[in-house]
Design a binder for this molecule. Structure first.
Ligand SMILES: C[S@@+](CC[C@H](N)C(=O)[O-])C[C@H]1O[C@@H](n2cnc3c(N)ncnc32)[C@H](O)[C@@H]1O
Length: 213
């Protein structure tokens, strides 16, 4: 990881823990490609989002845009276990439980709470609340330089999200697909199918960077 940048957890949960390999891969790719327009599908509690904004701010001195999609506090109602949210939604740390559930009564997964975490970058950040299948068509994907795909993890959702992205994304952009190697999810199947079976998508192969957590 870049020496002037350190991944922070902001006392929340994230796909990444401090300094583990997969966070390094993501942030090394950001360092290498220096995207100005970033899209994260699956914001969760906003930890990676905040780190991405801090990193882009270091690179571009405030001249960047971050777009994030999630269903936020509606996840429990809208998703089943295939989309891997249930384990994320529980607060197991007793101090965090006391702070967020009892004292502040703050839902860390809510749009309001994530907005608060990202308020330092208010002018750079746009958050969309909704299912990716509904929100992705409303975003101008042709303007996006870099996508971190970490929303629903079922085969159907990843396949559909990738389809919506690949049909509009410009050449030489980067898509990072989280949990590619995790057998319990459908990410690998959806990514491999797109790469191996669909002729038109084959030429887009080099845009896909697969990482694991
Ligand atoms: C693994 S978490 C994202 C972690 C986050 N990227 C991070 O690094 O901390 C997955 C998130 O995707 C969201 N999600 C799952 N399926 C979704 C869908 N179909 N549309 C939008 N968001 C979805 C869940 O609500 C959850 O917050």
């Amino acid at each position: 990881m870049n020496k002037d940048f350190k991944f922070k957890l902001y006392f929340r949960k994230s796909s990444f823990k401090k300094d583990i390999l997969s966070a390094n891969i993501l942030f090394e790719q950001i360092e290498s490609h220096k995207p100005k327009h970033f899209l994260e599908v699956g914001v969760f509690q906003g930890v990676t989002s905040r780190n991405i904004c801090e990193k882009l701010n270091l690179i571009h001195q405030n001249q960047f845009k971050y777009y994030g999609i999630d269903i936020f506090e509606d996840a429990d109602d809208l998703l089943d276990n295939k989309e891997m949210t249930s384990k994320h939604n529980k607060i197991s740390n007793p101090i965090k439980h006391l702070l967020y559930n009892i004292i502040f009564k703050e839902n860390l997964n809510s749009l309001k709470s994530v907005k608060e975490l990202l308020k330092k970058f208010n002018n750079n950040v746009t958050l969309y609340k909704g299912l990716s299948e509904k929100v992705l068509p409303k975003i101008n994907i042709s303007e996006i330089d870099f996508i971190f795909l970490d929303g629903g993890h079922s085969y159907e959702t990843v396949k559909n999200d990738l389809f919506l992205i690949l049909k509009d994304i410009k050449k030489n952009k980067v898509i990072i697909c989280d949990d590619y190697d995790q057998k319990k999810y459908g990410v690998k199947k959806a990514v491999d199918e797109l790469i191996n079976n669909v002729t038109e998508i084959k030429e887009l192969n080099k845009r896909l960077v697969k990482i694991t957590t």
